[in-house]
Write a protein that binds this ligand. Structure first.
Ligand SMILES: [Zn+2]
Length: 272
């Protein structure tokens, strides 16, 4: 019934009115979403509760009650990315060109509205992103941009859907300026040493059983940063301080993998 009402609401309420209506419906004082700055009386649940996610201790896809903004839909992982972009990266404080793949609505709005950011959005399936202004259709394996175009590329929870993720990582590296950063969060199985990728799991049922979701072609594990390093990124795991985890309602188990395209001098040092 709830799903039918949602479908009906989507059919009759124009896109531009949906967030303001949700903001009014959920208005309250318990939470303040740091992404869309709405004050709401509660957050919604995020993630799913599946045996494989529990067994393999998967971070980033697990079910968490009270974790998702009902206005802009930002969940824990979106707030983590926003916290880093806003307070640590420096990208919003200087002119920077940014590509946002599969743009999350609240984050898209903030970045598009940031005065110094030259914002570009893209996805393989543009029809799903009516909220993203100027979004272009793109293929992560052949980005329609020259080498060294962007200061940052964001693609959260995208690579686990891409058959040839190493090719996509290389393409993202190519499109970044030296020193530019990629934020490419994925669900990670802390209970697995090595990424699980079963090409025989081709049906939605098999993929859900083996990789944790019906459209995931692999389940990343503790070797994820090494996979990024193997194509040429410098990677470090960034963890916010406890006070930020609390004020941004973050998932205390989740860290942010910050991947950088090395600057030429760093490469020269490495070769020496
Ligand atoms: Zn929000």
């Amino acid at each position: 019934m709830a799903v039918q009402l949602q479908t009906l609401a989507r059919a009759v309420v124009p896109q531009a009115l949906r967030a303001p209506l949700r903001r009014a419906a959920y208005y309250g004082h318990r939470r303040r979403c740091p992404v869309c700055e709405s004050r709401v009386r509660r957050y919604l649940a995020e993630g799913v509760d599946r045996p494989i996610l529990r067994e393999l201790d998967v971070v980033g896809a697990e079910h968490r009650a009270g974790a998702r903004c009902p206005v802009c839909w930002a969940g824990s992982r979106t707030r983590l990315v926003w916290l880093y972009l806003q307070r640590v990266s420096g990208l919003l404080d200087r002119p920077s060109r940014l590509l946002h793949v599969a743009p999350e609505p609240g984050l898209c709005q903030r970045l598009h509205g940031a005065p110094l950011v030259d914002y570009h959005a893209g996805d393989r399936a543009p029809g799903r992103y009516a909220h993203a202004p100027g979004l272009v259709q793109l293929d992560l394996l052949a980005l329609p941009y020259p080498e060294a175009t962007f200061d940052a590329i964001l693609a959260n929870h995208v690579l686990e859907h891409v058959e040839d993720d190493r090719a996509a990582m290389s393409e993202i590296l190519r499109a970044l300026r030296p020193g530019g950063l990629a934020l490419l969060q994925v669900p990670i199985a802390l209970g697995l040493k090595t990424t699980r990728e079963d090409p025989a799991a081709r049906t939605p049922e098999a993929r859900e059983r083996v990789h944790g979701q019906r459209d995931h072609v692999r389940l990343y594990a503790n070797d994820y940063p090494d996979r990024l390093r193997a194509v040429g990124f410098e990677v470090h795991a960034w963890r916010p301080e406890a006070s930020a985890v609390e004020s941004f309602d973050l998932n205390p188990r989740e860290c942010l993998f910050v991947a950088r395209r090395p600057r030429p001098q760093a490469l020269a040092r490495k070769a020496a």
